[in-house]
Design a binder for this molecule. Structure first.
Ligand SMILES: [Zn+2]
Length: 160
């Protein structure tokens, strides 16, 4: 049996913060605000995996107010969840995601993000897909106020 989960996240874009998308730091004059490193894509994928495995959401596993998660590397948090999913007898089939960001463009970084995610998820090349779209100048994304990410993940019983 294959099970699918979805994830969605958004963070504010502010001065004085790093812009980290899928574990890859992108040079930009502003970055994402948050308790952790605010890696919006890592968070969306984490929630998609948790959803597929029926394990709740990222806030339950890593409460945002907790001091130990301050400035946490979100890819390490994702790796912890990957371990929990595997420990539950499930293997990840694939992950597909969309980054909704006005600027900078994700294109030049797409290959690096994909490779980083495939490594963290323990997947062979080709099982992670990254799409990007802009806000078309409207809404919080279009005005450059924030960045959003959506993801779906599928898992199946490891024995099958
Ligand atoms: Zn987040």
């Amino acid at each position: 049996m294959t099970r699918t989960g979805i994830g969605y996240d958004s963070h504010r874009m502010v001065a004085g913060r790093r812009l980290v998308i899928g574990g890859v730091e992108i040079a930009h004059e502003r970055g994402l605000a948050g308790h952790s490193d605010a890696d919006v894509l890592a968070h969306a994928i984490t929630d998609a995996l948790l959803g597929a495995a029926g394990l709740g959401d990222i806030g339950e596993h890593f409460p945002p107010g907790e001091e130990r998660w301050r400035d946490a590397d979100s890819m390490e948090l994702l790796e912890l969840i990957v371990g929990i999913v595997a420990g539950g007898g499930l293997e990840i089939v694939n992950v597909d995601c969309t980054v909704v960001m006005e600027a900078p463009q994700i294109g030049p970084h797409r290959a690096a993000i994909r490779t980083r995610l495939e490594q963290t998820l323990g997947l062979p090349a080709g099982r992670v897909n990254i799409k990007a779209t802009s806000g078309e100048g409207i809404g919080f994304v279009g005005r450059g106020e924030g960045v959003a990410a959506l993801a779906v993940a599928s898992v199946r019983d490891a024995a099958g």
